[in-house]
Design a protein. Sequence first.
Length: 222
Amino acid sequence: MSSVIRVVLAEDQAIVRAGFRALLDAESNIEVAGEAETGDQALQQVRALRPDVVVMDIRMPGMDGLEATRRITEDTALSDTRVLVLTTFELDEYVFSALRAGASGFLLKGGEPADLLLAIRVVATGESLLAPSVTRRLIEAYTARPDGTTNPPIEGLDELTAREHEVLKLVAAGLTNAEIAQTLQLSPLTAKTHVSRILMKLGARDRVQLVVLAYQSHLVET
C-alpha cells in the first residue's frame, strides 16, 4: 500500500456518497479512486481500480453489498483490497453475514466522521475493526445458543500450538499485536508471527475472521 489510501465508495444514495467524498477528499492521505451505486458497479470498480479499501453499503439495488463483499474477498487477485462495511442496520443477520463474507471492518452510519476516517486507516493497514456493539453480538451469538445446536468444527484448529491458542484468544478479546506481546511477554515481532501463522493455518483472511472463528469454536466464553 502506498502512503495515499485509495478508496472506492459504494453507496446507493447520491447525497450520502457526496458527503463521504467531501469528508475523504479533505484528507491529504486518502484519495477517492471511484464511486458505485450498486454492488455490480462496486465489483467492476474494484476489479478495475484495485483500491486499498472499499467503503461498502449493505443495501444496494441489484447485487447487494454482502454479495459484492463476498466476491471481492474470494478473488485472489484482489487480496490486497479490504472491505469496510458501513450500514444503518445493526441487526445480527447483517452483522454476521458481512463478517462471514469477509469484511475487515463494520461501522454504523450514525457514528462520527472521525470514526470513518479512523476505520479506513485501520483497515488499510491490514488490521480489522469492529464496533464494540458488534463484538458484543458475536459473543452473545456464539456463547449462548438456546436451540442447543453447535457450530461445525473449525478446520485447522487442531493444528494450532498451545501458544497459538493463547494468541488466538487474545486476538478474539480485541488485543493488538503490541498488547498481545506485552501480555505474553513476547517481542512484538514474535506476536505478529504467531498471528500470521494462525491466519494461515485457519485459512482466515484477517483478524475479524479470527474473532468469528474463535467464538464459533467456543475458544472464548463469557
